[in-house]
Design a protein. Sequence first.
Lengths: 295, 382
Amino acid sequence: MTTGAPALPAPMPDVNVKGRGPMGLLLVAVPVFLVIWMVIWPIISAVVRTVWLEDETGAYGISLRSYAFFFSDRYSLDNLSLTLWTTGVTAALLLVVCLPIALYLRFARGPLPAYVQGLAIFPMFVPSIILSYAFIRVLGPNGMVDLILNAVGLPKIKSPYLTPWGPVIGLVWDNIPLTVLILLAGLGAVSNQSIEAARDVGAGPLRVFWHIILPRIGNSILVAISFAVLGIFSAFTLPYVLGPAAPEMMGPFMQRTFRDLYDPLNAITQAVVAFGFCLVFGLFYVRSVAKNRAP
Amino acid sequence: MKRRSFLAAAGSAAGLAMMPRMAFAEANRIDWFTSSDQNVMDFWTNVVKPKFEAANPGVTINLVDGGDNAGLQAIAERAVAALQTKTDPQADFFEGFDARQPVGAIEAGLWTDFSQAGLSNYSKLNPLGIDIPHNLPYRGSQVLLAYDTTKLSPEDAPKTWDDLVAWIKANPGQFIYNRPNKGGSGGNFVRRAIFQVNGNDPSKFEVGNYTPEKGEEMLAPAWALLNDLAPSLFEQGAYTSGNTQSIQLLSQSAVTMIPAWSDQALQAISQGVLPETTGLVQLTDLGLPGGFTRITLPTNAANHDLALKLADFILTEEIQSAVLTELGGFPGVSWDHVSAELREKFAAIVPTSIPVFPGGDWEKAINEGWYRSVAPNVDPNS
């Protein structure tokens, strides 16, 4: 979050030192108020609504029964574990795909990298619903890939459509731009001199990557992964269109519980559970930002 | 003005601007909500809206996609609340809804009784479509089976449920239906299975007669029936997430047969999304459910008179013929009230009976039961 005090502009000459405190507070008041109103308050309200429940006698009291149901219900747990599996696999694949792209963009010379960068950023401009249908056309059964394979006499692929791999492939594609951009920003901190120095003493490309580049971009990797994970965990469209009917990811599961089963209590419980997991990754991000800010 | 007080004033003004605005229905604007698919939205956007607005200068129709039945249910509940507090529900017209929802809304006086509303075209309605006078049936469609005639000749196409089950099992991987809560084609296939295990008697199911015990007794055998089919479905039990995706799989020749809405299938064929070689067949022992799509009008709507005028307008021969030609549905009025030429051309889809399955608690029980009992057979590692 950028609502902290360092966002303040330089003090104006006519403002005396005593008046700066309230002035700064006033400037951050609107964003802080918005965050409290639209983010913090809904979280508190959701948690309260899932633990402050009416019992059989009609009296209200603290009860964890909706959480007990969630964590004892095989179906809900399957959905949660599918979500964690999808998030983990997608994040790992993202890193494998994006790190080489970012390294190429950072170190290559000439006109080609500009086109590669354009291509890497392109998914950002494709809405996920369009991506989903394109996916069915290309990777779906008898899709374009199958047609091409068939034309050269090869067997068809086993289509990932309607399996857990469908959303994984879609989400990796969808998250490439943000991850590449963050990694690229991190790679900007790696100076050419240090790499040249390492090369001069005889370090090969792998050694340069492992001992010079990786230590400097560890933080960016952490930030990129936390951003991707937050997005993937709450993904809706891609898992809904491309994934299996069951188990389903938390996004479609919450939506279905709320809209098709008219069951707000369990839907909010699912949301709070999902929030708990995202909080862990959010804390990673906050910690890394705080570490960078420290003098 | 001192800078600080200026900031305080500006801040509070900005805060006021950001407060949720009080919304009021606009005069002469019909706020219209639908639970139907995009093809119906297109029909209203391209056919009904321009014709009605041309016939009634100064009146506009605000077409809003309410998502699905649950979406309209939420808006209708808001209208009930508005009725109690005598405020504006900000909704004038519901397309694709059932006045039996929300429970008690008719008794509360929410829905307009069309038989008393003085519509000039009311007498033209097809008696098959009229169930309660608070629902105005204006177009019909029914789920049927769409199949690829290059792989299955029309003589061999299944005509009864038992034939269909035998065909699915004899041709593994060639049939898929969509999740019952995501588009009615799969939902009505599931409901047809429920009828099958309950003696093919639709009258056993009413909107108000659901109890958990009854649900268990009447639905569990259907889950067993569908689970038995699952290994023979596409990818040993995959389910698409909507009507459109099923049609896409049929068009990519990935499957041979799907349940599909008659209107969507006819439109897909006429637009070339499905090839000319697509065959359509209805089961003869008991058809797949379907029904007339109904209009409901809240009595407390701000533009109620205009909404009534619009309801009357869509029962005219002009619009009812367009339902056939543009939408591929069948008309809500009796067939005598569409042109003879169209009557001849569409004779094949004229229904004689349409089994109907109620919404409400049954719908919820089906959505929950299917996901827990039938869907998980998909092996996540396959």
